[in-house]
Design a protein around this ligand. Sequence first.
Ligand code: IPE
Ligand code: IPE
Ligand code: MG
Length: 242
Amino acid sequence: MAKDTSDTAQGPAHVAIIMDGNGRWAQQRGRPRLFGHHAGAKRVREIVESCPVLGVKYLTIFAFSTENWKRTQAEVSGLMRLFRKYFEKEAKALFKDGVRVRFIGDRIKLDEKLVTLMDNLELHTAGNDRVHLTIALNYGGRDEVTRAAQRMAIEIEEGRLTHAEVDAETLTRFLDTRFLPDPDLVIRTSGEARISNFLLWQSAYSEYEFVDTLWPDFTAAEFSEILSGFGARERRFGGAKV
Ligand code: IPE
Ligand code: IPE
Ligand code: MG
C-alpha cells in the first residue's frame, strides 16, 4: 500500500469522473461495445488505488445514467451483469484498500440481486475512511433533484417541514449526495464536452477537465497529471480578486 499524502495536500479533495468512451474504444478494435465496458471496469481499481497517494479523499464515478436505458436491451443487460460481477469480485479488494463504497441514483429500476449486492457493499465497507468511492448507478441530476423535491413535498404534507424552511441547504439534505462535499473537479474522458445530467446541482462551482482519452485507456499517470494542473486554477466562486 502506497503512503497516503497529508490532509493538507493542495489537490482537489473530491473528484468526480464521467467515465466515457468504452463503446468507441471497443469499436476501434472491431469488438462489441460490451468488450469496452469490461475493459472500462478494469480501469477503476487503478484510479481508486491512486486516490490516497494523490490526496483525493472522495471519488465519484458515473457508471450508468438514467438515460442509458435507451440503449439496446443486449447492452443494458450486459452492463447490469457486469455491475453484479464487478461488485461481487471487487468487494474484497475495496475493503482491503480501506475504501468506503456508496451509491447514488434511483435503485427502484434495478434488479433485486444487484440492489442486494450494492446494499452489502455499502454495509461491509461502512467503517472504512481511506477513500470514499461513490458510484452513480441509474443516476441523473434532474431525476435526483426531482426525487428530492418529492420527498420534501411529503415532509411538508406530513407537517415535518414548512415551505419557509425550503432553501438551498435543506434541498441539499434531500439529495442522494447528502453525505458528500461538492466536487472540486469533474473530469470527462472521450473528448465530449458536456455534463450529460451528472451532478447538476453539486457541480455549480466545480472545475471541469475534458480529456480526449477513452475511458479504458485512462491511467493513474494521466489522472495525476490532471490533478497537478488543478492547483494553478483560480477559483473565485463569484467573488472578485481585489
Ligand atoms: C461510457 O461509455 C459507459 C456508459 C455510458 C455505461 P459509452 O458506452 O458511452 O461509450 P461511447 O461514448 O459510446 O464511446
Ligand atoms: C454519460 O455518458 C454517462 C456515463 C458515463 C455513465 P453517455 O455516453 O451516456 O452520455 P452522452 O449520451 O454521450 O451524452
Ligand atoms: Mg458515451
